[in-house]
Design a protein around this ligand. Structure first.
Ligand code: ZN
Length: 709
């Protein structure tokens, strides 16, 4: 048997690892697998005594190196072929009070990931399996010119009908064809077509938000035993095995709908797919050993964490279990603004012409790689005299042992560099995916809560970063440039100097590559409305090539209603071509006149509901919100209309008005003209004031200009 690894997962009911191989035919192969976890800490003997009463596990004391210290210590290894039992033991130990002195290792690395690491295989590798279980793989994961067969991709749309509180399937679209008729026919026809077309990938919009689960539950209700979207029946049992009964509602807690033998991607729920397509997903999946169907659902940060786990497994280092790992997707600039650790040069708010934007590419990852920054290389015993010194701080990093973080990050940087020299769309997408993984690598490894990070690593990265930016600023000064603004890895320079000479000198003196982002015809740095001071990383301007660049204002935010974006876009277009500050102000006033037309339409109730939709991600369930915040009001209002929103779910609504004041109208009940016009006029006025505040145009003034004709 041979083929490309399309998917891999653990079947906890059968206690098997399942691989789906795409070859001449696409088939599944199941493997027995003995996995293990380690226990350390106080009370090991007691733990051993209690565990030895359980059948089907092996217990042995072993000398093992553990992260983060990399020191060896004696740990109890618990192994079993009964993967569900092993999992229950791990969960039991995590929650049991008597185990509080114990520490656990290797418990949150999925079995299929460990299986692939131990067998030297990875998603989309071409492998062959002989005698049922002997795996061989000729491919190297380091290859960047790998290929895989084209994937048959199908777009699936489903629409439901609701009557008397019961939901049923009304119709479906498979690619461009609509299937209608009675429910049984629609369901079986979806199944038949997916099989007939040998689909490998199914793309849905909202499949993870309950639609796929609902299809299965309807098929069960109708007794359609042979209905399936995958190549085998049912859905994968996920690690988060909580199931939510639906009681005929259309909105549910998103539990990912993972198929067997086909890959389901919910296009509304996949950052990396959205950014870098299938090529990017496959690239990151191969490197992290996270199967593609799961990779499509996790953040780039989970990918980097997966790669670090793989690197640790390769080095036979046990990885501690750590609760509360942040899933937040933050980039370095966000983190630095949050705690002011990186280089910051606050801009003077206002209008400037002829400005260069320059930035170090992947500065923080490059620092981690270059100076070997990882928790296990920090203040090592072997390099006390001649270690890598950190500027300003009394720390050093090892010169002898290559850290896990720098090894992982270094591989990504060099892959990305190689992809950038190849001129084809797949390489461009792979490079883009790697860029996102690198962007999050600081948050995951340099930050305090990271598995392979620590507060000292975080400080060291910032210290190197500040030193490099200070050096670059000094060079700018020597070369007749003035620094207008700087943050983390970027500088904005104005002056008469030669920018190419500047770049050469910086690369020579710092050893790190710097890119010219472009020359701005004009750029406006913004200020905080609270204190009027220049704000960081919030600006807009026009590059010489005509491209507008915008950061930190409403138009960039995903929760902004379309009508507000539209107003800002109109103003930006009017400002295009500004040649001086007088010219800019004249155009700004023209812009306000143009935005007046939008305001007039909004007040007349002409706007369609979809342009008014506000998106908010909730952080908790309605009963957990204290007080009477906007967020809570919306959830209460949605609750009254029979819609439950779970923590973390996004809600879309139109801001409306009823007899008791402001209210939220859920997306599906929103209708043309049914909105709170004065609220939207305020939002528009606020967004225009955001852009023109440095010129004295407060929200109040803008509102007057927009509404008094
Ligand atoms: Zn050392």
């Amino acid at each position: 048997m041979e083929g490309y690894i399309l998917d891999a997962y653990t079947d906890l009911r059968k206690n098997k690892i399942v691989l789906w191989l795409k070859g001449a035919k696409t088939v599944s192969v199941e493997f027995n697998y003995m996995s293990s976890l380690y226990i350390g800490g106080y009370g090991l003997e007691e733990a051993e005594r209690r565990l030895s009463a359980i059948n089907g596990i092996d217990l042995v004391f072993e000398n093992v190196r553990t992260a983060p210290s990399m020191k060896s210590s004696v740990l109890l290894r618990v192994s079993s072929r009964n993967l569900s039992l092993l999992r229950r033991i791990a969960e039991g130990l995590q929650t049991s009070k008597s185990g509080s002195g114990l520490s656990l290792y290797d418990v949150d690395i999925p079995y299929e990931q460990r299986f692939m690491a131990e067998n030297g295989i990875f998603p989309f590798a071409h492998i062959s399996v002989r005698h049922g279980s002997e795996i061989s793989c000729e491919e190297s994961v380091d290859d960047i010119s790998y290929e895989f067969p084209p994937l048959n991709t199908c777009h699936l749309g489903i629409s439901f009908r609701e009557s008397e509180g019961a939901v049923s399937v009304a119709s479906a679209t498979v690619d461009d064809e609509t299937i209608s008729g009675d429910e049984e026919h629609v369901l079986m026809e979806i199944s038949r077509r997916l099989n007939a077309s040998e689909s490998d990938v199914i793309i849905t919009h909202g499949g993870d938000s309950g639609k796929i689960n609902e299809l299965y539950s309807r098929a069960r209700r109708l007794g359609l035993g042979s209905f399936t979207l995958g190549r085998a029946g049912g859905l994968q049992s996920t690690y988060r095995s909580k199931s939510y009964s639906s009681y005929g509602r259309v909105l549910y807690k998103p539990s990912p709908a993972l198929l067997m033998g086909r890959i389901h991607i919910d296009a509304e729920n996949s950052f990396l797919y959205d950014e870098s397509g299938m090529d990017g997903l496959v690239e990151v999946s191969r490197l992290s050993l996270i199967p593609l169907q799961r990779m499509a659902r996790v953040s780039p940060g989970t990918a980097i964490s997966g790669m670090e786990n793989v690197e640790a497994m390769k080095r036979r280092i046990a990885v501690p279990y750590r609760k509360n790992r942040s899933e937040d997707f933050k980039n370095a600039a966000d983190l630095v603004v949050a705690d002011r650790g990186g280089f910051i040069y606050t801009p003077q708010p206002g209008f400037n012409t002829d400005v260069y934007g320059v930035d170090f590419s992947s500065l923080y990852p490059s620092i981690m790689e270059k100076w070997n920054i990882s928790v296990e290389t920090l203040n090592c015993g072997c390099c006390r005299q001649d270690g890598i010194r950190v500027p300003e701080l009394n720390y050093h990093f090892c010169r002898k042992y290559r850290g896990i973080v720098p090894a992982v990050v270094g591989r990504l940087i060099s892959r990305r560099r190689r992809y950038r020299t190849v001129d084809d769309p797949a390489a461009a997408n792979r490079s883009k995916a790697l860029k996102w993984v690198l962007v999050t690598s600081f948050g995951y490894t340099g930050y305090r809560n990271a598995k392979f990070g620590s507060i000292e690593c975080h400080e060291a990265i910032n210290a190197f970063g500040r030193e490099i930016l200070l050096t670059a600023s000094e060079i700018a000064g020597r070369m007749k440039f003035r620094v207008l603004h700087g943050i983390v890895d970027s500088l904005w320079l104005k002056g008469e100097g030669d920018i190419d000479e500047f770049v050469k000198s910086v690369e020579l003196e710092t050893g790190l590559p710097i890119d010219i982002e472009g020359r701005y015809r004009w750029i406006v740095f913004l200020n905080n409305k609270g204190n009027g001071e220049g704000s960081l990383n919030r600006y807009y301007g026009e590059l010489e090539n005509g491209k507008m660049k915008v950061r930190g204002i409403e138009i960039r935010r995903s929760d902004t209603p379309e009508v507000v974006r539209f107003a800002q876009r109109i103003l930006l277009e009017k400002l295009r071509g500004s040649s001086s500050s007088d010219d800019f102000m004249r155009r700004a006033m023209e812009g306000i006149t143009a935005v007046r037309e939008i305001v007039r339409s909004v007040k007349q109730g002409d706007y369609p509901a979809e342009e008014m939709l506000i998106t908010k991600r909730t952080s908790q369930r309605v009963e957990e919100y204290a007080g009477n915040s906007e967020q809570k009001k919306i959830l209460v209002e949605l609750g009254k209309r029979g819609i439950t929103v779970n923590a973390g779910e996004a809600v879309r609504y139109v801001s409306g008005r009823n007899s008791s004041g402001r209210t939220a109208i859920p997306e599906h009940a929103a209708d043309i003209g049914n909105y709170d016009a004065s609220h939207y006029v305020s939002l528009i006025a606020r967004s225009i004031s955001t852009m023109l505040y440095p010129f004295g145009l407060t929200e109040k003034k803008v509102r007057l200009l927009l509404t008094h004709f």
